[in-house]
Write a protein that binds this ligand. Structure first.
Ligand code: AMP
Length: 302
């Protein structure tokens, strides 16, 4: 079933302990759509400037990602510059240039207003609220955010979080958003404010998925090649939501949510193996299945 994403499309400049890359294509919606596209049809809502390569948009369309909701505006594409030190779980931002996002007001194509699965990727919470207001009765709405928006627009972000089912967020941001250091207590505080589920991304330590009193933990794949963690969170969210959307009309069970968490981790594990979307773009269904088996085997006791 269709899955709509709104989020950033970007030029990223990244430095990690393993190398660096200048002005490569990134952004939350880019990573998310490529990852989710392995499981379900994706509808992309975003904005880029005239400097964004047309070939990249064509490449996304060729993967079956519907770009009808992608605006090409006059001005420059969003840019993010960041670096990682030895702790790859912490991205340090050097510069964020919103550029064409400053003025962007998404208008959904009429035929997209009944999209059942909605992912509000990391972007201004004003845009997340705008998109939610245009969708009619979605089955599941999930949201991701980051420190930039927690600091810049806390009230709008809280308003958006009240309206969603699933919050997908990283460990440091959960603490920042709630002021609570204990992740279990922080997740409960967030669930009291709206979402039924809180999925906490913990980088190389995996994912904690909480709902009510239930906690599920999925490990991350231990890898011998890591270049760049950028986009791992969005790729996780893409695999997670893509898997859920592939269930269609069926009622989603707790087991489905747990499998979605494992599929999200499997897909994200490829993203970190190269800079940008390079590795994520080139997966076969066998590649994904093998990583899922590896993840299962990591916690199996024979
Ligand atoms: P993550 O999956 O959390 O590593 O997200 C990485 C992506 O987030 C990068 O490709 C950036 O372009 C994008 N990004 C960084 N800062 C922001 C921001 N303030 N708003 C939206 N997207 C951002």
């Amino acid at each position: 079933m269709s899955l709509l994403v709104v989020g950033s499309m970007a030029f990223d400049s990244i430095k990690s302990p393993f190398g660096e890359a200048e002005q490569i294509v990134g952004g939350s919606a880019t990573y998310f759509s490529i990852a989710a596209g392995y499981f379900t049809p994706v509808r992309l809502v975003s904005v880029v400037g005239r400097d964004f390569p047309e070939a990249t948009i064509k490449k996304l369309s060729a993967r079956g990602i519907d770009t009808l909701g992608l605006t090409v505006a006059s001005g420059e594409t969003f840019r993010w510059k960041g670096f990682y030190e030895n702790d790859l779980n912490v991205a340090h931002t050097v510069r964020t240039n919103l550029n064409v996002f400053e003025e962007f007001a998404p208008v959904l194509p009429p035929e997209w207003k009944d999209t059942p699965y909605l992912f509000l990727g990391n972007i201004n919470p004003r845009l997340q609220l705008d998109v939610m207001a245009q969708i009619r009765k979605p089955k599941i709405v999930a949201l991701d955010t980051m420190n930039f928006w927690i600091e810049k627009s806390p009230d709008l972000l809280r308003e958006a979080i009240k309206k969603i089912e699933i919050l997908i967020i990283n460990e440091a941001e959960v603490r920042q958003l709630t002021g609570e250091l204990n992740l279990v207590r922080a997740a409960r505080m967030l669930m009291d404010a709206g979402p039924k589920r809180v999925v906490i991304k913990r980088g190389e330590y995996g994912v904690l998925h909480m709902s009510g009193n239930s906690i599920f933990a999925a490990p991350a794949c231990p890898l011998d090649t890591i270049f760049d963690p950028t986009g791992a969170g969005d790729s996780f969210a893409g695999g997670f939501m893509g898997y859920l959307a592939s269930k269609g009309d069926k009622e989603i069970s707790e087991a489905d949510y747990r499998m979605a968490t494992v599929y999200g981790s499997a897909v994200a594990s490829f993203t970190v193996e190269a800079f940008g979307t390079q590795r994520l773009e080139s997966l076969s269904s066998d590649d994904i299945a093998q990583r899922v088996s590896l993840l299962r085997s990591l916690t199996e006791i024979p």
